[in-house]
Write a protein that binds this ligand. Structure first.
Ligand SMILES: [Zn+2]
Length: 229
């Protein structure tokens, strides 16, 4: 990691600060950049820039960037989705210090702003996953789908699609480990985990936790529609 003394930006000329905002915008291919993005990609501290130019909008204006358009406010859903991605990539609960670029799209700041604290963000996340993972269970009889498989009519309770949050809850249950070979992002960063039906949906398997399992990409691709042994 690059060593930087962000505190001592005091003698940097205005033009250097503005130039760096412009190069960040260029790097991100944007006409406007947020404080968050600048802190991830910029050379200096956004606090220094805000102090120097009065506020962030003024700095954008001086740098010749778009300062009028509504700034994009990160939504609750985006923050929770991002936390899910970070958790999956690590294969474990992220710590406060994990929440930074490039692993995380956002820093801890928007989490604290939205949920009050990092701890509360994690609590909200757990509730969100739990609520979402039960959505598949709430299929009523009239939502059931009938298909013809091997000329037999199969009536089913669940949709083929594994919802995002149900998928995550299966990864959690299985400890982010392939149930065939034991591979996990903890042991082998970058390993891709899939959640798949044990009895294939096309063979009448339901999309319920009991019929879902975690597999690494390699083990999953070898499987196709064959019954799992
Ligand atoms: Zn495997």
């Amino acid at each position: 990691m690059k060593f930087e003394l962000k505190k001592y930006n005091i003698n940097i000329p205005d033009s250097d600060l503005l130039h760096d905002i412009q190069s960040c915008a260029k790097k991100l291919k944007k006409t406007k950049i947020t404080i968050e993005e600048y802190d991830n990609f910029g050379k200096f501290s956004s606090a220094t820039i805000r102090k120097r130019f009065g506020n962030w909008h003024q700095a954008l204006k001086k740098a010749g960037l778009d300062y009028k358009s509504e700034s994009h406010t990160v939504t609750k859903e985006e923050l929770l989705q991002n936390l899910k991605c970070v958790w999956e990539r690590l294969g474990r609960q992220p710590t406060y210090t994990d929440i930074k670029y490039p692993l995380s799209k956002y820093s801890t700041r928007p989490y604290e702003r939205m949920f009050g604290s990092w701890q509360k963000s994690l609590e909200t996340f757990v509730n969100w996953v739990n609520e979402g993972s039960q959505l598949n269970d709430s299929f009523e009889a009239n939502d059931s789908i009938e298909i013809n498989a091997d000329e037999t009519k199969i009536k089913r309770r669940t949709n083929r699609n594994i919802s995002d949050r149900l998928r995550f809850s299966i990864l959690l249950r299985d400890g982010f480990r392939c149930q065939s070979c034991g591979e996990s992002p903890i042991k082998n960063p970058g390993i891709e985990l899939h959640v798949d039906h044990v009895i294939p949906w096309s063979k009448g398997g339901e999309t319920i936790p009991e019929n879902l399992q975690t597999k690494c990409k390699k083990c999953n691709l070898g499987k196709g529609n064959a019954f799992n042994q």
